[in-house]
Ligand binder design. Structure first.
Ligand code: SAM
Length: 462
């Protein structure tokens, strides 16, 4: 027994002891060991080699996902210029496995139904490489705002962020998505080592309530998957009721779905058919992540396939406002120096939200009836007879995308993030300021001074 195991909720410890038998001691001992810290490289920004070259602290690879790394807590990666540039996302290593099981592909339509704060959505977007449609939904408005900020920071252009109940999403998007992720709200037992609050809020009653809610969410999510599509269910808890139990009950009611194997089998532990009554066929192909068996916290993942043929994709939109298209393209080309490469990578339709102009992903049918936080990539704000570039646009720019990119030193970049104006030479007009090739935001140069356009709400001292 150590300090941590002593504070595990009694009923939880008893249940885990009963389930794990001889393995329980090793499981309990893991609570006395330090937690693991992870971050995930943004696959949309540069190569792995470039990333490793610019990262200022040592990284060690996570074995179950290609973009994940461990770091030492002392490195404090949340307080670094490259974090603000969206070069990486701080994420618990085990949490990276669910998207690995989802296996998103460029060009698909994907729904992340329970998406805030955005760890898995931003990982999905990295795999999609800006192609196709990602809808990131979070029912709680305040959490949806944080999700939207993370989508912006990571430079994601093909994501619509909304805040709806699952039943509303299923009514609006029946049989629409190639892949759907349900990273369900759960009793959080897998986070006991990481979060004191998870331990304090836990109760057997909370486990029961979570299982009921998961069944409801899964029911609605299932309706949004198109025939032939994939549904991934994940939790960060150990209780069989919320894992093998939820999946088995769902499959008893849905013979159009079956459990599918994933490439993670053999790397992660199998789901346990012997821990639930009436286990579904194939429950051993679902996945468990155990803190005493790997370097990460507790998780569960099931990948399901809906039977049927994958239907052909059809283009769904008209051209939009042609005059606005021309004006925006001219502004981007002439004033921001953005060239063909960026424009070719970003198909879509322009939509106005007040004075804000967004590029809505080409696969998005309609925004009608949705509580939208982000209808796509924000391009510009329309002022009287002119445009101002949106911060979100800067974060999508890669080296070579704009002829008006200006590299800052580490000290200059830190001053820019604090909101200070910078000295500059002959440069005039809108400028994309970058650090080590990662775009940070816009400035506007005139008379030897670079006026700072880093959004006031994001300014910070690192
Ligand atoms: N996928 C997120 C990530 O990787 O950053 C974490 C999601 S968290 C495990 C579950 C989310 O489900 C929470 O943000 C929570 O607000 C949301 N949620 C809570 N109740 C819900 C409900 N009834 N329907 C849908 N989502 C719900």
């Amino acid at each position: 027994m150590n300090d941590r195991t002593a504070v595990l909720p009694g009923a939880f410890a008893e249940r885990m002891q009963r389930l794990l038998g001889g393995e329980y001691e090793a499981f309990a001992a893991s609570y006395g060991q330090g937690r693991q810290y992870g971050l995930r490289r943004n696959l949309q920004k540069g190569t792995e080699e470039e990333f490793i070259r610019v990262m200022p602290f040592p990284l060690e690879k996570v074995t179950w996902t290609r973009e994940g790394y461990y770091y030492d807590a002392a490195a404090q990666p949340g307080r670094h210029v490259l974090h603000e540039a969206g070069a990486y996302y701080i994420q618990e290593p085990s949490a990276m496995a669910a998207v690995e099981a989802l296996a998103p592909q460029p060009g698909e339509r994907i729904l992340d139904l329970c998406a805030a704060p955005g760890g898995k959505s931003t990982q999905i977007a990295g795999r999609m490489q800006g192609q196709g449609l990602l809808i990131s939904n979070e029912v709680i408005g305040e959490r949806a705002r944080i999700l939207s900020q993370n989508v912006e920071r990571m430079g994601i252009s093909n994501c619509v962020v909304c805040s709806e109940k699952p039943e509303r999403m299923s009514a609006l998007f029946p049989s629409f998505f190639d892949r759907v992720l349900v990273d369900a709200p759960c009793s959080g037992e897998g986070m006991f080592r990481k979060e004191e609050a998870a331990r304090q809020e836990w109760s057997p009653e909370a486990v029961r309530m979570c299982a009921e809610r998961q069944a409801m969410i899964l029911e609605e999510a299932a309706k949004t998957v198109k025939p032939g599509g994939v549904l991934v269910y994940s939790t960060c808890t150990f209780s069989p009721e919320e894992n093998e139990g939820t999946i088995s009950a769902f499959l008893r009611a849905h013979d159009e779905y079956n459990i599918e194997e994933t490439a993670l089998e053999g790397i992660l532990s199998p789901g346990r058919a012997d821990w639930v009554e009436q286990p579904a066929a194939g429950i051993g192909h679902t996945l468990r992540l155990w803190p005493h068996l790997l370097r990460g916290e507790g998780h569960y993942i099931a990948r399901l396939r809906k039977q049927g043929q994958v239907t052909d994709k059809k283009p769904v939109q008209g051209a939009g406002d042609k005059k606005l298209c021309k004006l925006i393209e001219r502004f981007m080309r002439e004033e921001l120096g953005i060239g063909d490469a960026w424009i070719a990578r970003h198909p879509g339709r322009l939509v106005r939200f007040g004075e804000q102009i967004y590029l809505m992903p080409a696969e998005m049918t309609s925004l009608e009836g949705l509580r939208i936080l982000r209808p796509g990539l924000q391009l510009a704000t329309e002022k009287k007879n002119r445009f101002e570039p949106a911060h979100a646009l800067a974060l999508t720019l890669l080296p070579g995308d704009s002829s008006r990119m200006y590299g800052l030193s580490g000290q200059e970049a830190a001053a820019y993030l604090r909101g200070e104006s910078l000295a500059c030479g002959e440069q005039r007009g809108w400028t994309v300021l970058s650090y080590e090739g990662y775009a940070l935001g816009f400035g506007k140069a005139s008379g030897g001074q670079m006026k700072n356009h880093y959004p006031k709400g994001l300014r910070k001292s690192l």
